[in-house]
Unconditional design. Sequence first.
Length: 683
Amino acid sequence: MNPQASQLSRVVVALKDLDIAPENPRFLEPADELIPDLAQSLAPDAAGQLLPLLVRKGGKKEKPYMALDGRRRLLGFRMLLEQGLITNDLEITTELCETQEAIAAALVTANGARLPVGPADKILAIRAMAEKKFSADKIARGLCMDLAEVKKFQVVSRVHLDAITAFKTKFIDFNTLKMIARIPTLAEQGAVISKGRQYGHLSVGQVRDYLDQEGLSAASSMMKIVGLGAYVEAGGKVSTDLLNELPDMCLDMPIAASLWAEKLQPLRDLFEGLGITTLINPDCDAELPEEFGDPGYRYSRSKEEREALAEAQAKLATVREALPPVPEDGVFEITGLAPFCKALFDQEVARLAPMPVRAVLIVPGDRTLLEFKFHTYVDDISAWEESKRAALDATAKAEPRVFDTVPERKILIDTDGESNAFHRLATEMAVRGLQCSLAGSFSAALKLQVCSMFEQVVLSQQGSYIDDRALKVSYTRNIQAANYGAVEGLDQGLVQRLLEFKDAYAETGLRPYAWVSSLAFGQIQELLALTTAASLWITEDATNMIRKKARALMQEVAEEIDHDIRTHWFPSADFYAKCSKKQLLGFADRMGCEGDTLGTMKKGALASYIAEQGVAHQWVPAALSFDNNAELEAEDDAADADSDDAAGAGNVELEGDEELEPEEEPVPNDAVTGGDEQLSEAA
């Protein structure tokens, strides 16, 4: 039976007007030995009163209010009174039980069941007592809490007060509060909370990204091979998590990398014994030198090649099942991988045939213990492709069907050093910027519409669906679709203007054609420009998936209307956060930013710096423009002087839409994915 909230009213009572009710089950018991600790916690300069006392009104010969629950706290206040730390007029918060049911419930209901103390209140109480140099034991006794819980909250209580307030108001959860506590300085902690309030949201992931801790986790795949003990013996420094919840961080990367490379020496000896170049790199994003390459997916193979590959894959699967598991604690013995590496090599020989395996790069795995990247020479790939073309030329075949009469426009994009995620985002922002410029040009929009219809209705022989176009007659883009995602400062204004047209249309009650006919010609011009701009779109999910025809059309439109994305928008820090730190330093160098400390800045801070400098220098990355890369244009002109078919060392430039047409059936490539699924326990 619990006293209902509707039966209780909050009353502030002076200490002199309070006494213990005789019906309190422990009315006759004297003060116990823990009352002094409780009294210290109740002091005004310590935790203070956390829970209200439950009281009833006093009778004729009683004080005005009698405590039904809270006897020990009242005894604690009286001890403070005896010590002269408080006065009889101290105001104490109580809840008044006014019915017989509430009085009966108050006598038998525990404090925790009646009014639980929230974690934020506990943290604030512990913070106040810790500032008075109370030990953890005294705090636990004074607040009637478990010592382990006190120690956990005591670490978090040192966080910025704004963070505790945000936790108390449920703006952040406890995991986010703990992550904020790991930020080294109170000033930074307060700045993170302030930034979160500006955006209306702050998650544990956002704080983790801000921390961007330097070092290597003791639970990483590299340390599973090195071993934390060996790392420490070699002089490596270790950072322990503030709350002992996250793995230790190894701070001396060069030491860890050196030990890791030494541990992999048996694998180097094995692969070099098989006659291939073996490279070991602690950087999981490392790539082989330019003279090496991978032909990628092979869509068609001879019967003999398919049988050899299937046999090698079956052998690899058998060896994989026999591998020892990666221990959760301890070191994985690399020598146990020898049979697997030999079987993996045999599979790669079958996968790359008739080209030989020339090299292997071994790097730490992201979700696996190790990742193996097998390559051949770029010259081998070129020779193989040349032999394929020669074989096709020697085979009599029907005259090829001409699919498109549109001349090709050279598109040269520099994606060196760009990740797929950055390229995808940069392409999207570039298109949105072009949309903003196109929305203000009726002439260009009209030409683009007529061009698209003429090309697809008259010139093309590929049917109604052509993927590699910047503007589709089918108009699959809709501004009200959930995935449209207008960007503030870019196409958000464009979408708003179209929605205003929609509202005006809805007010008339007309059908679309009649409504458009009722518009002034200037409005029709504006509507055509806006809808055409909103329909313009391409998506490139990776740096090797450049849509050249679509870019060619966008390049022509951008040239005619003198498009410059800087007239609409400059990238923010969130945009630059998609870049690698190496990319960001390259951007700083191109802007002429000087500073010896740039290389030591954390990635988040560096991204913010680049965003600020971009605005100051009126500079944006080349990826946000549809212009051809100047250096690549020069290289292409030089290559054209030698051969119209050449497109750079080790690459074959395909004409027309050939780059979009699959030639061979895909075959699983264990080398690309690491060939290492058997070691997934290390994830």
